[in-house]
Ligand binder design. Structure first.
Ligand code: PLP
Length: 414
């Protein structure tokens, strides 16, 4: 498809942008171009108002009080679980553990599911393109247990090498943990295919869905994986929200990780019995306001329609990629056949941080650095990249502004 400045049929980006108050602001006296949504996404007014309404009208703790406010807060919090279950097509709401984000979700699986069964010599399989959140928890439990981390390679285009991944699924592997979408390369991994391979060998597959859920329709049952982690703030919801989805039979076997209120059945000084999943994993007062906001974010996202969002984002990705390719001395990292609109790149002779700083002064927010993916940076042979990460609220005009600004500021560094 040729890069096109035309709107995708059925998707009115101007109307969508009007729902995001922050996108109207100016930065350094320039109109903001927000190309950092993979870092955290902006929030529609419906999310902001839902959080505001919660604090104004029914702020109370959940699962404790019998009064009306407590009932309303509990119903809203548990409603978020229902909403998430529907969003990812979980078989039941009990399979959805509410967490503070992906990091907590993956750590829960590492410490509660993996550690109790890991033996010296066992292996956890990850890939070269993982975020630190899907590396470090495994390293920690490997250190405790004597297990070791094994790494499935990627190729020069930034795609997972499927044959090598399958070959790595040897009997010592107790879990494979792979990202659905790379936060650096934008690569969409073929999770259903990976899950078929892991399933055949009886190896559970954990999927880090942080960067996939904002762009793709996630159906955990169709994917066939065993654990799926996501984070609310990249999904246009509040920070400090997220979820772990796991097959019911896996959650049933997991001991609690944190102890405290809300997660118990009965407490005696002689010993405690625990609540059934998912509450067993939700000790203490949760981020109630955040989950009220996340519910509104998922309603908003589903209201836009995944087909229209994906068509608009595909056109943005094509436009951005072609525009960057047309600039001399620009090197793009990640040329996978299937990508979300996340493009990492470097410009000859210019340091990524210097360019990001100069671009900020042009009103353009994008990230520079290692993107919490040190091993991937090492594979790419660079210490850092610039990353433009777009969402459905971005426009072709913003891409033109960005490319013009990049052309201007790189001259300053020449
Ligand atoms: N995994 C991926 C691929 C990510 O991009 C991120 C955040 O950048 C995370 C995990 C961690 O998410 P959080 O910090 O919200 O827990």
């Amino acid at each position: 498809m040729k890069a096109s400045a035309a709107s995708v049929a059925g998707f009115d980006v101007a109307r969508v942008r009007a729902d995001f108050p922050l996108l109207a602001r100016r930065v350094h006296d320039k109109p903001l171009v927000y190309f950092d949504s993979a870092n955290t996404a902006q929030k529609p007014v419906g999310v902001i108002e839902a959080v505001d309404r919660y604090y104004r009208q029914f702020n109370a703790n959940v699962a404790r009080a019998v009064h009306q406010l407590g009932a309303e807060a509990t119903s809203a919090y548990e409603g978020a679980r229902d909403r998430l279950a529907r969003f990812i097509n979980a078989a039941s709401r009990e399979e959805v553990v509410l967490t503070s984000g992906t990091t907590q979700a993956i750590n829960l699986v590492a410490w509660s599911w993996a550690l109790p069964q890991l033996q010296p010599g066992d292996e956890i399989l990850v890939s070269t393109m993982e975020h630190h959140a899907n590396i470090v928890p495994w390293q920690l439990v490997c250190e405790r247990s004597g297990a070791r981390l094994k790494v499935a390679p990627i190729d020069a285009r930034g795609e997972l090498a499927l044959d090598a991944f399958v070959a790595a699924l040897t009997p010592g592997v107790k879990l494979a943990a792979v990202t659905h979408v790379s936060n650096v390369l934008g690569t969409i991994n073929p999770i259903a295919e990976l899950a078929r391979a892991t399933r055949r060998r009886g190896i559970p597959l954990l999927v880090d869905g942080s960067q996939a859920a904002p762009h793709l329709a996630v159906d955990v049952r169709a994917l066939g994986c065993d654990f799926y982690a996501l984070t609310g703030h990249k999904l246009f919801g509040p920070t400090g929200t997220g979820a772990l989805w796991a097959r019911a039979e896996l959650l049933e076997r997991m001991p609690p990780l944190f102890g405290g209120g809300e997660m118990i059945d009965e407490v005696r000084f002689e010993g405690t019995t625990f609540a059934a999943p998912p509450h067993r994993f939700e000790a203490g007062t949760p981020n109630i306001a955040g989950f009220v906001g996340l519910t509104a974010a998922l309603d908003y996202l589903d209201g836009l329609g995944h087909v229209a969002v994906q068509a608009h984002e595909a056109a943005l990705l094509e436009h951005l990629t072609q525009a960057l390719r047309a600039l001399p001395g620009v090197r793009i990292f990640g040329e996978a056949a299937h990508k979300v609109p996340v493009v990492s790149f470097l410009v000859d002779g210019a340091h990524a941080h210097d360019l990001a700083t100069l671009l900020d002064h042009e009103g353009i927010a994008l990230r520079s650095g290692h993107h919490c993916a040190h091993p991937l940076m090492r594979f790419l042979g660079v210490p850092a990249t610039l990353r433009a990460s777009l969402a459905f609220y971005n426009t072709h005009a913003e891409i033109e502004q960005f490319v013009a600004a990049l052309t201007r500021v790189r001259r300053l560094l020449a």
